[in-house]
Design a binder for this molecule. Structure first.
Ligand SMILES: [Zn+2]
Length: 89
């Protein structure tokens, strides 16, 4: 269970790092609901409140890994390998 806690804590820290570096206040939230705290949008993310989509291109895997410290490419590859093995069975 300790491992799970660490995982979630790292996940939260990674998300915060992404918001700090790449997050911007949703322009629609600011325009339409200035009293509300605006949604923080990451590149390519859509605001759940008003549907406004951030126009920036998505962060590359390399940049994402650099900011969060997560190895996205490695875990994606692992998933793909597992998928191939399962389909071969
Ligand atoms: Zn918004």
């Amino acid at each position: 269970m300790g491992d799970m806690g660490d995982l979630y804590r790292d996940w939260g820290a990674g998300k915060k790092a992404m918001r700090d570096k790449h997050g911007v206040d949703c322009p629609q939230c600011r325009a339409k609901q200035p009293k509300r705290t605006p949604t923080i949008l990451l590149p390519g993310q859509r605001c759940k409140v008003d549907g406004c989509r951030d126009p920036r291109p998505r962060v590359s895997d390399e940049e994402f890994e650099a900011v969060t410290g997560w190895s996205v490419t490695r875990s994606t590859k692992r998933r793909a390998d597992r998928g191939r093995r399962n389909s071969a069975d």
